[in-house]
Design a protein around this ligand. Sequence first.
Ligand SMILES: Cc1cc2nc3c(=O)[nH]c(=O)nc-3n(C[C@H](O)[C@H](O)[C@H](O)COP(=O)(O)OP(=O)(O)OC[C@H]3O[C@@H](n4cnc5c(N)ncnc54)[C@H](O)[C@@H]3O)c2cc1C
Length: 298
Amino acid sequence: MSFTIATSLDEALASIAAGARPIAGGSDLVVGARQGKFDLPAELVAIDRIESLATIDVGADETSIGSGVTHSRLMEDGVIVDNFTAIADAAALVGSPSTRNVGTIGGNVMNSSPAMDTGAPLVVLGAEAELTTSSGRRRVGLDELWTGPGQHSAAADELCTALLLPNRPANSGSAYVRLEYRRAMEIAVVGAAAAITLDGDNIDSIRVALTAVAPTIIEVAGLDSLVGRPLDDASLAEIAEAASGQATPISDLRASDAYRRHTIGVMARRAAEAAARRASGETIAVPVNRALGIGAAS
Ligand SMILES: Cc1cc2nc3c(=O)[nH]c(=O)nc-3n(C[C@H](O)[C@H](O)[C@H](O)COP(=O)(O)OP(=O)(O)OC[C@H]3O[C@@H](n4cnc5c(N)ncnc54)[C@H](O)[C@@H]3O)c2cc1C
């Protein structure tokens, strides 16, 4: 077994090109190996000391979140909380403080679990993944990146270096809510993110995405009919119905498929309501789950 600690991107990319697997916080990779889900890869390159991967850069048109940014930072960073609030909502729900201190957004995305919490927020905010090799970089949409539970389309020598998000127009808000049975160390039973831009009292744009109800994170289709309408009870009912109708959940120890199909509609509705309230200028603290008492009771 070999373990390299990279201190520069070039060093990491060279190791990965030579066959090493990247490890960021290790909260999926090491924990999964310890639980016997898979063997730890024979060659690892640690990427958590590469400063250029731990930056959040706001450009004229888009914001880049380095893949090495931790959940602890995402839930408190002013740029994220003010502009990409659903990501902060999600990061604040991940695991425990110790998980959030080491777990990264890049690890969350590349682990490719349909239950990942930052996935649905990234989808509704229009994120693309930046994938880098020693010879170049490309951007890929998340619907193209995630191909199944724990599976993605990136090549073995591609490192996710950033998540790239278009800057949000005025009068926009986003939110992520998750059904949870307890308040810590819980993986989403189901979850939903919404991003809304308002034109006065009416919806100018709306996207909703769902967690843990399909083999990958999915975006709810067919919501364009809501544009130009207020987010009233009728619109919210349509969102809930579309979310439940498009979900294809499994039954497991934690919930039946029927329960997941029902509750995903409730979560989608709540996410849309919170996103619209934020879009209209109201401050709802991060995470929405705690601020509005959604999920496990205190
Ligand atoms: C107790 C506990 C609770 C948890 N709770 C939650 C939760 O509530 N919600 C949730 O979503 N997750 C949860 N997780 C899972 C995990 O913490 C997150 O998915 C975390 O974001 C993973 O990041 P990491 O940096 O630790 O990834 P790692 O474990 O380092 O890597 C995960 C995978 O991604 C690959 N990888 C990492 N970085 C890159 C990169 N930049 N480019 C390419 N591939 C890369 C690795 O090779 C590996 O295959 C929990 C984990 C634990 C142990």
